[in-house]
Design a protein around this ligand. Structure first.
Ligand SMILES: C[S@@+](CC[C@H](N)C(=O)[O-])C[C@H]1O[C@@H](n2cnc3c(N)ncnc32)[C@H](O)[C@@H]1O
Length: 239
């Protein structure tokens, strides 16, 4: 564990941990994703737009553009705001949308948003061990990897790669190392130090380097907002 993660753990030590969810959720992200008072305040588009410096729509559109009606899509974790409804709407009733999340209150939020959408399933599950679905046309991680410890990053990426259909695609939308003099670079360094102890890995490593069978896939990366964000696509190489 990094020094930052240990410090975050110590700050949280006085709080009772919620059982059944990973330690990092209780120790680092309790305020953001576990504590119901904060979850209710944070789950809206305005928060996501602010946190992503106005880039939320552009990043979400990069994901939505990959979805066509009738597709089978797995999104590995819930996202605040209306993204999950938009994904379900694009998939449409001829397709299928699976959304996993490891935190019960996040699952409850997502279930409320997708209530009455018969082609969408919300499942309480760790993305790293999800095996309840397979042969997805599209598997997407939208800003999950920077929030999990490095061993779990690897496990999640590997799991995503095993669940995709032949000819299907994977999409990773997440943080990246900003260009040298980017105006928000220093702010993000402070945020990573105090609030996001697992994020720096994505500044140092390619997402493809987290995959144990990376060579079986072709990888394409583009960055947006001066390198602050990356959109990485992977597709299985057909021999
Ligand atoms: C996708 S990430 C961050 C998304 C973005 N920052 C937002 O605006 O919501 C947050 C979600 O990941 C979930 N999560 C964390 N670890 C997970 C795991 N191992 N498997 C599935 N979901 C996980 C959390 O419960 C939370 O709902």
């Amino acid at each position: 564990m990094t020094e930052e993660a240990i410090a975050a753990q110590q700050r949280q030590a006085a709080k009772p941990a919620q059982p059944g969810i990973p330690d990092y959720m209780n120790e680092v992200y309790d305020w953001a994703y576990v504590d119901p008072r904060w979850v209710r305040r944070l789950d809206c588009n305005a928060v996501v737009t602010t946190l992503l410096f106005g880039n939320a729509r552009r990043l979400m559109n990069a994901y939505l553009a990959k979805i066509h009606p009738g597709m089978k899509v797995w999104q590995v974790a819930h996202v605040y705001g209306d993204l999950v409804q938009q994904v379900a709407a694009k998939v449409g009733p001829s397709g299928h949308f699976d959304l996993t999340d490891v935190t019960p209150i996040q699952v409850a939020q997502a279930k409320k948003k997708l209530a009455g959408t018969a082609h969408a399933r919300v499942i309480e599950h760790d993305a790293a061990t999800w095996s309840g679905g397979a042969d997805y046309d599209l598997v997407c991680s939208f800003f999950l990897l920077h929030e999990v410890p490095d061993d779990l990053k690897r496990a999640i990426v590997d799991r995503m790669l095993t669940r995709v259909a032949p000819g299907g695609k994977l999409l990773f939308v997440d943080y990246h190392r900003p260009a040298l003099l980017h105006p928000v670079g220093w702010l993000l360094r402070v945020v990573n130090h105090y609030l996001e102890p697992f994020a720096n890995t994505l500044w140092r490593m390619e997402i493809s380097e987290l995959a144990s069978k990376a060579k079986e896939f072709s990888w394409r990366k583009r960055t947006v907002f001066g390198g602050v964000y990356q959109i990485v696509e992977a597709e299985r190489i057909v021999p």
